[in-house]
Design a protein around this ligand. Sequence first.
Ligand SMILES: [Zn+2]
Length: 418
Amino acid sequence: MNKTDKIYQENSYLTTLEAKVINCTKKNNIYELILNKTIFYPHMAGGQPKDIGTINGVEILNVFEKNNKIIHEIKEPLQGNVLLSIDFTVRFDHMQQHTGQHLLSYAFDKLYNGKTVGFHISKEYTTIDIDINITDTMANETENFANDIIYKNKEITFSTLNYNDAIKRNLRKEPPKLNNLRIVNIANIEATACGGTHVNATGEVGIIKIVKLEKYKSGTRVYFLCGKRALNDYNNKTKELLEISTTLTCGTELIKDTINKLKAENKNYTKVITSLSNELNLYKAKELKTKYVKKNNINFIFEYLDNTNIKDLRFICSKIIEDENYVLVIVSETDENCNIVIGQSNNMSYDLRVVFEECKNFINAKGGGNNKLILYMSLCLWYLDIANDLFVKLPRFFDYVSYMKYIFYFNFSINFSS
Ligand SMILES: [Zn+2]
């Protein structure tokens, strides 16, 4: 069977074409169509995504290349002469990105001897992988260099060469050892073997904008946008900038200063809040200290505190255990979490890790500490799997504090109910 003629390589601007069905095979619920010629670009051939469109008005589901034939996946069987039609908005976008890639790869090579080792057009970005480390300054220089070639509107042509003639042309990249190599020439500036779709002159790329650099293997992945994509990105960024300036009630030129001012203010507020909450926590510690139950000459505290975070619990606990003879459990519940601190004075020697391990396994808590102070956090008890219907109906029927008292009783034989 003859190979499919790739008309998209002869004329990337052709949007409709009449072709003949050579073969139509049913595979599962899909038909695989092979034509004598096509304008549909196969998916991810050389990093470029497929075209979208219709054949006789029926939407193409996928296009891919297999053994020199282009397979068109379609929902209906088709025979005889058919009319192919591609979505040119998508095609032209791919042409802009792909040609832009040639220019950028050439520019990195020319300016820094950075070789392109990977290329991919995705829905949002186009990326090239360059085998050297690229700094912001280098990216800037390269972007300017490539855009200058766009302004000069250089003609882009194609030629077919065999491998031996091709290597004499000093191509940017070593070509594959094939007889019919398709060479893409950007005027007399650069040439490379490529099977993708490109624009006729560099001016049609519009603009190349590098948007991100990322370390990739031992080199750099360069994210960029060409043509309409770059314009859309510029529009989105301008819109966002205006929204930010409205939120901050300042002009766009003052956004940076305003944010720095807010950051400084925020830092100050945090300092004030920390100092105030420490002061408040000192009072809370003082008050809790009086709520002990005396057993065997030891002051046991088992208490709830409203909405207190782990940091504050640690502070309160450490203040109480500064004095001798204290053992404490403080529980604080928020809407979803339960924070617990257990601690004891320096002269006490209960093995608090036993308590912690037991709680951890039972209520699925996370946390840690030393034998003097352990902090942990879990979901509220009534959210847990272990909570049966009764707990759900009466959430506080079995609460943390009672549970902790039970654990102390169980492990250390201290009975708080007597
Ligand atoms: Zn190309």
